[in-house]
Write a protein that binds this ligand. Structure first.
Ligand code: AFP
Length: 308
């Protein structure tokens, strides 16, 4: 099957779509259509959300947001990739579901999960009552509970960030990276740097071993790179449920107002004490600009057109 390489198309984020991105998106949408529980799918690969019409989903109560294949630059080099999903309850009562049904805060998620396609295939999810991990047993075609009640260690020694962007990072992040690299026996520093470039794989490792994943704003991407609806919110929900912490460097991810489908955000996520440390440095060295604060105020008042 011809699954490697570029599709030759660009998605709404301006990123080149891989053949497997498109294939995975079609497969998930087809599965959701036949399931009948969801009325809308919001996907990284579609500019607009997709209505799931048809007899089977006529009374569907749920909204599904998905990054069908996260880390797709790793596909052609056989490195772990993943799928991220998030489920919301529909809030509109009549007619077809609308964009407002999708633009709900992360706190409104009823479930979120990821699948990691690594040395084994695992499904990790939460419904707000802790986190459980299941490993695929290909001999029976079932996911079996292998990691019950997952907890992320409160402290860790792994930091994950695309350090190639160092010159473009906020000062607080630069200071934190230096902190990670300084020798200090008591806190087991210098820490270890590990970056796969698939958020799912980086976070899954950090969840098990303890660590922090950071994708900050940069001078080239002043709103961050990762997408709030189908990357940051589901991962934040999972990590919080596992006892960790997820913020944009200042504020909790799950409390952020959502004003557009493909909205971006900075993310600092992982072991609680590591995230708290970098937040302290962000507060001291990278306070938000007056423009950012003004845009936030507008968002809070529900005035669309703030930070995208
Ligand atoms: P895709 O979902 O488009 O493959 O993006 C992957 C991702 O959003 C996230 O999984 C990675 O951590 C991040 O991009 C890697 O980005 P850089 O290549 O800029 O480090």
């Amino acid at each position: 099957m011809d699954i490697f390489g570029d599709m030759g198309t660009i998605n709404i984020q301006g990123e080149s779509q891989k053949k497997l991105d498109v294939f995975a998106n079609e497969q998930f949408i087809a599965a959701l259509k036949s399931g009948g529980e969801c009325c809308i799918v919001a996907s990284e690969e579609n500019d607009e959300f997709v209505h799931i019409d048809g007899e089977v989903s006529k009374n569907a109560k749920y909204i599904f947001a998905i990054d069908p294949l996260d880390g797709s630059s790793n596909i052609d080099v056989n490195v772990a990739v993943g799928t991220i999903f998030s489920i919301y309850r529909r809030i509109s009562v009549d007619g077809r579901a609308t964009l407002n049904d999708v633009l709900q805060k992360g706190t409104e998620q009823v479930a979120a999960g990821y699948i990691i396609y690594g040395s084994s295939t695992m499904l990790v999810y939460t419904t707000g009552k802790g986190v459980n991990g299941f490993t695929l047993d290909p001999s029976i075609g079932e996911f079996c509970l292998s990691h019950p009640k997952m907890k992320i260690p409160e402290d860790g020694t792994i930091y994950s960030i695309n350090e190639g962007n160092y010159v473009h990072f906020p000062e607080g992040v630069k200071k934190y990276l230096k902190y990670c690299q300084v020798e200090d026996e008591q806190s087991s520093r210098p820490y270890t740097s590990r970056y796969i470039g698939s958020m799912v794989a980086d976070l899954h490792r950090n969840m098990i071993k303890g660590g922090i994943f950071i994708y900050p704003t940069t001078s080239g991407a002043p709103n961050g790179k990762l997408r709030l609806v189908y990357e940051c919110n589901p991962m934040a929900f999972i990590i919080e449920q596992a006892g960790g912490r997820a913020t944009d460097g200042y504020d909790r991810i799950l409390d952020k107002n959502v004003t557009s489908l493909h909205q971006r955000s900075a993310i600092f996520i992982g072991s609680k004490n590591m995230v708290l440390k970098v937040e302290e440095l962000m507060r001291t060295h990278s306070s938000k600009s007056p423009e950012e604060r003004a845009a936030e105020k507008m968002e809070k008042l529900g005035i669309v057109g703030g930070i995208d």
